[in-house]
Design a protein around this ligand. Structure first.
Ligand code: GDP
Ligand code: MN
Length: 395
């Protein structure tokens, strides 16, 4: 998950990586107040979980109060690569003489960590890597190998630095590498690392992505109020609700609500739906042996999602039992009602019992079942996948 620039800079500061620091605000008034306190000129920076803010107009210099007011309200109305700007970072503006790039990431192809440098910073490193790969300097490390000062010096030299520049930048590279390991990062990047007109080197930007699965080892992250986020941004409201209910769930951009028995079928079902020309609205997992309550909650997530046009259910009873599954679906129908068509297939452990439970409930309250098509082992999964796609197309 990604951190905001200001969060990344807090970690830089704590780990002796020199960086500009300022104040985070959410309104124009607070931006003006913060800027007056800091002193002009200031730089106003959109805080969103994506890069390329500079190009998108999310980084501006202001020389007085009225400029801060105008630029802040302008930036707060922006949406950068789909992320609405809700926070601004106000910092003393830097007088930049030079910008370079430093980063640490995982080289998955070679099972190594890699320290990366480029003498041309500020621009998107991915672009440079494509157009002029020879400009990218890489120093690989075995996963457990430590970094030493001479690695920092080697990097600084390869960047063409000497004298006090070399002396300043080399330890920053070492500290960035150590911070990467300490926080279990996936990426730790300073772009740009700037040299100011008065000769000081400091991180003008911070891009850090953490490994969610290692978050439990980092109380220092959660203590800052940082919780799990999407790889690409904040969790949606529905994803937060699912997380609170303990249901693994991700919103996607299609219209078929996926109600699978488990993660395995979630993946296979995703392929089936795509194969027949449909698009899933989500990915979801029930976990092993879900209770009827959990099954009902999974359906609430799909039924309340306005993007979902049809619910596609497939339960292969293994450890999980189809009778529990049927009870969960019925519990949902009685408590909530179903607002859209649903196609369900159920086979495996206790599927006959499950079907019996459905038939009995349907005989008692046929109205609740009007929008549901039930299938057992006799209907191949290909058929119900196609049926779901067809229902979504005609909805
Ligand atoms: P990004 O575009 O999302 O990566 O945002 P950055 O924080 O890297 O800012 C983009 C560019 O804005 C930098 O490469 C700098 O050239 C410029 N910039 C950022 N902060 C300052 C500052 O304090 N003063 C000046 N003059 N330029 C800045
Ligand atoms: Mn940047």
């Amino acid at each position: 998950m990604r951190l905001y620039e200001h969060e990344g800079k807090t970690f830089f500061a704590k780990n002796k990586i020199p960086t500009s620091q300022g104040k985070v605000v959410t309104t124009t008034e607070d931006a003006v107040a913060a800027a007056s306190e800091i002193g002009f000129p200031v730089v106003i920076k959109a805080q969103v979980l994506t890069g390329g803010r500079g190009k998108a107009g999310g980084v501006k210099i202001a020389n007085n109060e009225s400029e801060v007011a105008a630029l802040s309200s302008q930036i707060l109305s922006l949406s950068i690569k789909g992320y609405p700007v809700q926070k601004l970072l106000i910092e003393p503006a830097l007088q930049i003489e030079r910008e370079i790039y430093l980063g640490v990431t995982i080289d998955r192809a070679n099972y190594k960590l890699v320290l990366i440098g480029c003498a041309e910073g500020g621009v998107e490193i991915e672009e440079t890597a494509k157009k002029a790969p020879e400009k990218i300097i890489k120093i690989p490390f075995e996963i457990d190998a430590p970094i030493y000062s001479y690695h920092g010096i080697e990097m600084a030299k390869k960047l063409g630095l000497s004298g006090s520049d070399l002396k300043d930048v080399a330890p920053i590279a070492v500290r960035l590498f150590n911070l990467f390991k300490k926080l279990d990062c996936k990426v730790a990047e300073i772009n740009p690392l700037v040299k100011t007109k008065n000769g000081k080197w400091l991180a003008a930007d911070a891009r850090i992505a953490l490994d969610d699965d290692a978050l439990f080892r980092h109380p220092e992250v959660t203590e800052m109020g940082i919780t799990v986020r999407h790889e690409e941004g904040e969790l949606t409201d529905r994803e937060k609700k699912a997380r609170d209910w303990g249901i693994p769930y991700v919103d996607l951009d299609g219209d078929i609500g996926m109600f699978p028995g488990g993660a395995g079928f979630g993946i296979v079902g995703n392929d089936f739906i795509h194969h027949y020309g449909g698009k899933p609205a989500n990915f979801m997992d029930s976990g092993g042996g879900p209770s009827p309550e959990r099954i009902a909650k999974m359906l609430v997530l799909l039924d309340e999602n306005p993007q979902v046009k049809v619910i596609f259910g497939a339960r292969f009873g293994g450890i999980s039992r189809c009778d529990d599954f049927a009870k969960g679906v019925i519990q949902f129908l009685r408590e909530h009602g179903l607002s859209k068509p649903m196609v369900v297939r159920m086979t495996g452990n206790k599927w006959e019992e499950g079907l019996k439970i459905f038939e009995q409930a349907k005989a008692e309250t046929p109205d609740l079942f009007k929008r549901i098509e039930f299938h057992g082992i006799e209907t191949p999964i290909e058929d119900i996948s196609q049926r779901a796609v067809a229902l979504a197309k005609n909805a």
